[in-house]
Design a protein around this ligand. Structure first.
Ligand code: SAM
Length: 301
């Protein structure tokens, strides 16, 4: 598999959902959802959306994110592809550029291509892709890895050009998820499938600032309950979250799997809209029957 299809997103995303893409493809096929609009209200790195679109599982991809920098990046990649690629090809990856781009990213006035490129630059040169985090190699660049360790111009430009070629099938927006999903409360809307990956309940270090509190988690659960199109929601497995989706079918899994972390005690959880058939393969790539087998083996020991 080429780099381009394995990592379709130009953004690095902490806890990115690369593995989920295969699960979503199987889920769409098994439930007859292929060829619909695919909607991500909390898109972040949008790697699932891009995989589905590029491989023909989705007719159109809706990429929404409230973070202005993340939105400016997607908007630039889709609508100003050539200019963004030219910036990537000509801007030196140095500490001086890093300081300049950090200033742009922190400026409340920054917008459009400037903000989109600054977000991209910091995502590719900071540790774990965290926009507000520290640069790879440290400010004095004495670390083992240097600022450009994750900045392969050729591969990144290729990924952005591919996004540009699909621009007529990508809809980018910058709304609060609760307002954004409202249009899919209407059954007359074009057939869609939604994957919601809200900020985790337990706030960790992330690419984005996590402003979600308990009321926000409850509000999006309420909006999801009114959706007229099939959906899935993924979260960290916390009782405060499971109680918000009392009627939904749910599965637990660990994104890093070991025989001890079986499907019942995994740290991640996924909820499914009414009537969706859950694939045999879990979102971490492990099949449900393998998990059951591992549990049996553990019990027999
Ligand atoms: C858990 S991340 C999504 C990660 C994404 N699934 C991926 O694989 O890259 C949550 C995203 O939601 C965005 N976000 C936070 N609050 C939001 C809101 N109220 N409405 C829409 N997006 C929001 C954040 O900027 C962040 O990019």
């Amino acid at each position: 598999m080429s780099q381009l299809s394995r990592f379709p997103s130009p953004l690095r995303y902490p806890g990115g959902k690369g593995k989920i893409a295969n699960f979503v493809k199987i889920l769409m096929i098994e439930n007859g959802l292929a060829g619909r609009d695919y909607v991500e209200p909390y898109a972040g790195g949008a790697s699932v959306a891009l995989s589905l679109l590029f491989e023909g599982y989705a007719d159109r991809a809706f990429i929404n994110d409230l973070n202005p920098g993340v939105h400016a990046f997607w908007s630039s990649a889709v609508s100003r592809t050539d200019e963004l690629c030219a910036l990537i090809e000509t801007t030196p990856v140095t500490m001086q550029t890093w300081h300049e781009q950090r200033e742009i990213a922190n400026s409340p006035e920054a917008e459009g291509l400037d903000l989109g490129f600054a977000t991209f630059f910091l995502n590719r040169t900071n540790r774990s892709g965290i926009i507000s985090g520290g640069v790879i190699g440290g400010l004095d660049q004495t670390g083992q890895w240097k600022i450009d360790a994750r900045y392969n111009v050729e591969s990144l430009v290729q990924r952005i050009r591919k996004i540009g070629r699909h621009r007529s099938s990508i809809v980018v927006s910058n709304e609060d998820a609760v307002q954004f999903v409202r249009q899919w409360s209407d059954p007359a809307e074009d057939a869609a499938f939604l994957y919601l990956d809200p900020p985790y309940f337990e706030k960790g270090e992330g690419l984005y600032d996590n402003f979600y509190d308990a009321a926000d988690h409850a509000e999006i659960a309420e909006s999801v309950a009114h959706l007229a199109h099939p959906w899935i929601v993924s979260y960290d497995a916390r009782p405060e979250i499971t109680q918000l989706y009392p009627d939904a079918l749910q599965i637990r899994y660990g994104l890093t799997y070991s025989a001890h972390r079986d499907s019942a005690s995994g740290s991640e959880i996924m909820f499914f809209s009414d009537g969706l058939k859950v694939p045999e393969m879990l979102p971490n790539g492990i099949s449900i029957s393998q998990v059951v087998k591992a549990q049996r083996l553990a019990l027999a020991r």
